[in-house]
Design a protein around this ligand. Structure first.
Ligand SMILES: Cc1cc2nc3c(=O)[nH]c(=O)nc-3n(C[C@H](O)[C@H](O)[C@H](O)COP(=O)(O)OP(=O)(O)OC[C@H]3O[C@@H](n4cnc5c(N)ncnc54)[C@H](O)[C@@H]3O)c2cc1C
Length: 323
């Protein structure tokens, strides 16, 4: 095979959204290079992999089966994918940028003398792979050099999954050679996202707060603004990591994806992991004291200023407008 291999992660939640997005990235790469697209996954077709393909299906699917792969281990997955990739010889291997992929793919890439180009947000003519550095302050582009396979992982939310139901593809079974003594770790319970009781996804207005708020004691400032706007409260990850708001109010690649009519970002820098969770909002307003903050690149309205001055003034203006 000279082409593109898109890897699906076996599904526990049934959604498969990140696989469909990675497939969309694979199709973009195929259209730029003219290469054929195939897919691979560990598991049983129709049970936990290849359940549904949205958009035009890949030319073929490879189902990797082995009793030692029933639970995930980095050793097992590296051995299995190394053997499949040596057999198929793809030019590009695309993965979703998941926790599992971050765990085993750097080692897999090293087996081929390659690196993983992680967190790719765009693919352009060349083909060039774009990713952000230094919290979105710089973009870096990468391209494949030499003959080995090029390993890429695709940022959650960076490509739009095709919504059309795509139909079936021919599936071949691949049985790798793995011995029990080659697996050096014993897997524990898989990580599960906590159940979400707040559905930010259907909120019409969201006031979202970031590290610019500085201290938990300042949170009431934001709560009063959200109250005046009749908006849901949300936050960037550091706020939830600090326990200033519950985890379920985190927006971004490891939080919720939202698309309200109004998204007001207060003291949020606009790191890519945050942007992918809110860039679909209809109107984005950002308050930040740094005129170069990346959030302003996606904002419809930007207020460069100190939130401790701007937020109280805005709250008063909203209250006055409602009277
Ligand atoms: C695997 C992974 C997953 C992640 N998932 C997420 C995720 O789901 N969601 C998420 O948000 N992040 C996520 N992150 C973290 C992300 O990379 C950023 O670190 C985070 O979004 C930064 O949050 P912030 O913008 O609040 O803080 P900072 O980047 O520290 O920005 C604070 C901003 O406040 C501004 N500011 C400071 N003081 C004031 C003031 N007085 N007035 C006005 N503005 C002020 C500053 O100029 C700055 O722009 C993830 C990271 C990784 C590695």
């Amino acid at each position: 095979m000279s082409g593109i291999l898109v890897v699906e992660e076996a599904r526990r939640d049934g959604s498969g959204r990140i696989f469909q997005e990675t497939l969309a990235a694979g199709r973009k790469l195929a259209s730029l290079t003219g290469l054929a697209l195939e897919s691979a996954a560990v598991g049983e077709p129709g049970k936990n992999i290849f359940l549904q393909i949205s958009g035009p299906p890949p030319a073929a699917g490879h189902a990797i089966r082995h009793p030692l792969l029933e639970t995930y281990t980095a050793d097992g997955y590296v051995l299995a994918f190394e053997q499949l990739i040596r057999k198929l010889e793809p030019d590009y291997v695309l993965f979703p940028h998941s926790y599992q992929v971050r765990d085993f793919v750097p080692r897999l890439a090293a087996k081929f003398g390659q690196v993983l180009v992680g967190d790719v947000t765009a693919i352009e003519d060349g083909p060039l792979f774009e990713r952000q550095l230094f919290q979105g302050r710089m973009n870096a582009t990468y391209r494949r050099e030499g003959k080995g396979p090029c390993f890429i992982s695709i940022q959650n939310g960076a490509f739009r999954a095709d919504s059309a139901n795509g139909g079936a593809m021919p599936i071949a079974e691949f049985i790798p050679e793995i011995e029990p003594e080659q697996i050096r770790t014993k897997p524990g319970e898989p990580f599960r996202e906590s159940a979400q009781t707040v559905d930010l996804g259907s909120a019409q207005r969201i006031v979202s707060v970031g590290r610019g708020i500085k201290d938990a004691a300042n949170m009431p400032l934001i709560e009063v603004l959200a109250g005046a706007l009749n908006a849901e409260l949300a936050a960037s990850r550091p706020i939830c990591d600090n326990g200033w708001l519950p985890m379920e109010r985190q927006v971004g690649s490891s939080g919720q994806t939202v698309a309200p009519k109004l998204y007001l970002a207060v003291g949020i820098s606009g790191a890519i992991q945050h942007l992918v969770g809110m860039k679909g909002s209809q109107c984005i307003v950002a308050i930040n004291k740094d005129p170069d903050a990346p959030i302003f690149e996606v904002a419809d309205y930007g207020i460069v200023g100190d939130l401790f001055e701007v937020v109280p003034a805005l709250t008063e203006a909203v209250k006055a407008a409602k009277q």
